[in-house]
Design a binder for this molecule. Structure first.
Ligand code: KG4
Ligand code: ZN
Length: 333
């Protein structure tokens, strides 16, 4: 069965088609980042209006790329939270309209569950139990999947998300928006050992993360040092990135050791970061653990992951009523 996935939780209008749960037929992402760049962050009102304009053409494009007609679609899955209320409503309403017109089932999918399911699009044989490091613009968590649909959040950030920290540091360094890719780009020419930024909450073994301390440390450093030259900007970016990666990798390895789960997945927008991918890969290789990291376009927001998660929800007999609402603070578990 082909499932049409729709994702509009933040500033990407994304539509994808997945066949039988893991067969990626298409994944189209219309990014709005240019619309938000001059504001230095996502403006919710602008995002929801742009989703309205983009959602129908993106559905059409996803069908074309999948080589399918709307009549070939067996069910629709829409991200129903967490995210921006106005943005979520556009995707949820579009999914309802398609389901109603085509007389097919419709299901709501948690955005975070979607990020976990990105793993199965390229590794359909990956089986629970799995430990996930989910790092995005709004979330940073270690999650275990004991079975499909059965999750336990082991630890999460107590303040900023990892992606948020990248975005804020990019802003402090005048690198623009979105910040993560910009920090990564400039960090390539910097010295990661130039500045010793503090690692938060590392010694007590707690599985929670904290990124507000390092963000403040970068801010103080920038203020103290005065206007930074290009090499200094690169050094700050590289030192920040190395410290953030160290925190993420150490906590994940410790959690996996404690859990006794040696099959790991790295996912979410920040998982596109090469230093993080390589850092966790090195630790897993050393221990002969299995690590799956989806390709970058499946780590960042997309709708194929929503369709993949929707497939399992539907298989479990879950159907959303047509009055299903968007839930901006929807929890994973
Ligand atoms: O999962 P995602 O696409 O959207 C959310 O659900 O939030 O993640 C977006 C976050 C942003 O904070 C962005 O700066 C960060 O992922 N990001 C990166 C990279 N690419 C995206 N952070 C570090 N390095 C990257 N290459
Ligand atoms: Zn996301």
């Amino acid at each position: 069965m082909n499932i049409l996935g729709i994702e509009t939780s933040c500033d990407e209008t994304a539509v994808g088609v997945v066949e039988d749960g893991t067969g990626l037929r298409s994944s189209v992402v219309a990014s709005q980042s240019e619309l938000h760049a001059r504001f230095g962050g996502v403006v919710p009102e602008i995002a929801s209006r742009a989703h309205l304009e983009l959602v129908n053409p993106t559905i059409a494009q996803a069908l074309i790329e999948a080589g399918l007609e709307l009549s070939d679609i067996g069910a629709v899955a829409a991200c129903s939270g967490p995210g921006l209320a106005g943005s979520l409503l556009v995707g949820v309403s579009a999914a309802k309209a398609v389901a109603l017109c085509q007389g097919i089932p419709y299901v709501g999918v948690n955005h975070l569950e979607g990020h976990l399911y990105a793993a199965f699009l390229e590794e359909p044989d990956l089986n629970p139990p799995l430990a996930f490091l989910l790092v995005s613009g709004g979330h940073t968590m270690i999650v275990t999947m004991e079975g499909h649909g059965r999750y336990r959040v082991l630890g999460q950030t107590i303040d900023d998300a990892a992606g948020e920290a990248f975005d804020k540091v990019a802003k402090l360094l005048g690198l623009g928006f979105p910040g993560g890719p910009a920090v990564e780009r400039i960090a390539r020419t910097g010295d990661a050992r130039a500045i010793a930024f503090p690692t938060a909450n590392m010694s007590d073994g707690a599985p929670d993360f904290s990124f507000s301390g390092i963000k403040t440390a970068v801010s103080l450093h920038v203020r103290r040092t005065g206007p930074l030259g290009p090499q200094q900007v690169a050094d700050v970016a590289a030192s920040f990135q190395a410290t953030a990666v160290k925190m993420l990798v150490r906590k994940t390895v410790r959690a996996a050791l404690r859990l006794g789960i040696h099959r790991l997945v790295l996912t979410g927008g920040v998982a596109a970061n090469t230093a993080l991918r390589e850092g966790l890969e090195a630790e897993c290789r050393e221990r002969a653990w299995v690590l799956h990291v989806p390709s970058r376009r499946l780590c960042t927001d997309n709708a194929a992951m929503i369709a993949a998660a929707g497939h399992d929800r539907l298989e479990a007999g879950e159907l959303a009523p047509l009055n299903l609402n968007a839930v901006p603070d929807l929890a994973l578990a």
